[in-house]
Design a protein around this ligand. Structure first.
Ligand code: NAD
Ligand code: DAU
Length: 353
């Protein structure tokens, strides 16, 4: 069995990637390494946790000795690295945590992969390190244009600076040591298991509970939204068919101003909750803008589409409706995540590594 390490598999995107790989590749053994921070939740993986080709490992990517020992023990043949601190607002309050996890954690994984795969006595052939990154490394667009793989890096938040730095380290390990690695930079994801500190799940949660929906500034910032299962499918395609040393942009070709997206969400929620049309929109509340708030992100994913044959599958209106339905049907998940009860439970269960 091919041993594959997925980091951050208990988070939002990671759980979709783990689910896809565990179900689609019975000949792979999937190790999900996750620290279970506030954003990591094993409830996200209930449907796959008993599969014989799946194993959960609790651990911290900033712990170099632990990461080295894990690689020495399993000699993984592939890594899909998603573990990260991922929320821009948190990075503004606590940048160092982002440096530690996103930069130091990534370098620890690169070092362990290099030592295991490239040593002269017992090298591992055909291995690949896949680094999952973000479009935020490219900075902010004006009204026109798209980010391509050739766009210069220009990060503005501590989060995007830490992701940009980790991307540079991955390329440096490719060029300096010949580490077989590939990177993708994706736009904003949405879908099930999304932690309700991010715009869409936060707004769904607040609308449901008739609480104000905080819209930063005038709500004019634009994001390019992609259904999370389409991202997981892109990761599958790139992991198997991408070329080492290359970068692939992933996006939904689906730009929305925040305020227009929130208005659409309010309409869907009114319908689903049998509220009068326009009732949820009364909850919209314009609040102080995010510091350094990037105006517009938009991805040109033609390289991935033309070279590897991937394209997004869902219309946004359809994907958003599915997402709302999932949150309304999974009230217990949302309540647990917002109360933090799940954390206490798992801290007890996995206190010792
Ligand atoms: P998330 O915050 O939902 O999940 C992150 C996961 O990493 C959690 O399970 C957490 O417990 C784990 N983790 C954090 N620190 C760790 C550590 N020190 N050791 C081990 N595990 C740790 O994040 P997400 O939104 O699923 O994003 C996953 C990846 O995709 C990130 O690298 C992010 O930069 C990237 N990305 C996210 C988006 C998006 O829209 N969410 C878009 C493009 C790229
Ligand atoms: O572009 C990819 C990135 O998308 C990922 O790399 C990040 O991990 C992910 O968190 C996301 O970053 P954003 O900052 O774009 O996502 P967020 O959901 O935090 O915000 C989306 C937009 O909505 C952004 O313009 C800020 C705004 N916003 C956000 C929140 C949480 C609000 O107006 N109100 C809010 O309460």
């Amino acid at each position: 069995m091919k041993k594959l390490l997925i980091t951050g598999g208990a988070g939002f995107i990671g759980s979709h990637v783990v689910r896809r790989f565990v179900s689609s590749y019975p000949d792979y053994r999937i190790y999900n390494l996750d620290k279970l921070t506030y954003a990591g939740n094993l409830e996200n993986l209930r449907d796959v946790e008993k599969q014989s080709n799946y194993e959960f490992v609790k651990g911290d990517i900033t712990d170099a000795a632990f990461i080295d020992a894990l690689f020495a023990q399993h000699r993984f043949e592939g890594v899909i690295h998603l573990a990260a601190e991922s929320h821009v607002d948190r990075s503004i309050s606590n940048p160092l945590e982002f440096v530690m996890t996103n930069v130091v954690g990534t370098v620890n994984l690169l070092n362990a992969a290099r030592k295991t795969w490239l040593n002269k006595e017992t090298p591992v052939s055909g291995a690949r390190f896949y680094h999952v990154s973000t479009d935020e490394v490219y900075g902010s667009l004006g009204e026109e244009g798209l980010f391509t793989e050739k766009t210069s890096y220009d990060p503005h938040s501590p989060y995007s600076a830490s992701k940009a730095s980790s991307d540079h380290f991955v390329r440096a390990y490719c060029d300096t040591y010949g580490l077989p690695a590939v990177i993708s930079n994706c736009s904003n994801n949405y879908g099930s298991f999304h932690f309700p500190e991010k715009l869409i799940p936060l707004a769904i949660h607040n609308i449901k509970n008739k609480k104000p929906i905080p819209v930063y500034g005038k709500g004019e910032n634009v994001r390019d939204w992609l259904f999370v299962e389409d991202h997981a499918r892109a990761i599958d395609v790139i992991f198997h068919k991408g070329k080492n040393g290359e970068t692939y942009n992933i996006g939904g070709n689906n730009e929305w101003k925040n305020i227009d997206l929130i208005r659409l969400l309010c309409e869907i929620m009114d319908r689903k909750l049998n509220r009068a049309s326009g009732e949820s929109a009364k909850l919209i509340s314009f609040v102080l803008d995010r510091a350094g708030h990037d105006l517009r992100y938009a991805i040109d994913s033609s390289k991935l589409q033309n070279e590897l044959g991937w394209k997004p599958s869902l219309r946004f209106e359809e994907g958003l409706e599915k997402t709302v339905e999932w949150y309304l049907a999974n009230e217990a998940w949302l309540n647990n995540v917002t109360s933090g009860d799940y954390k206490k439970y798992y801290e007890g269960q996995y206190a010792k590594r």
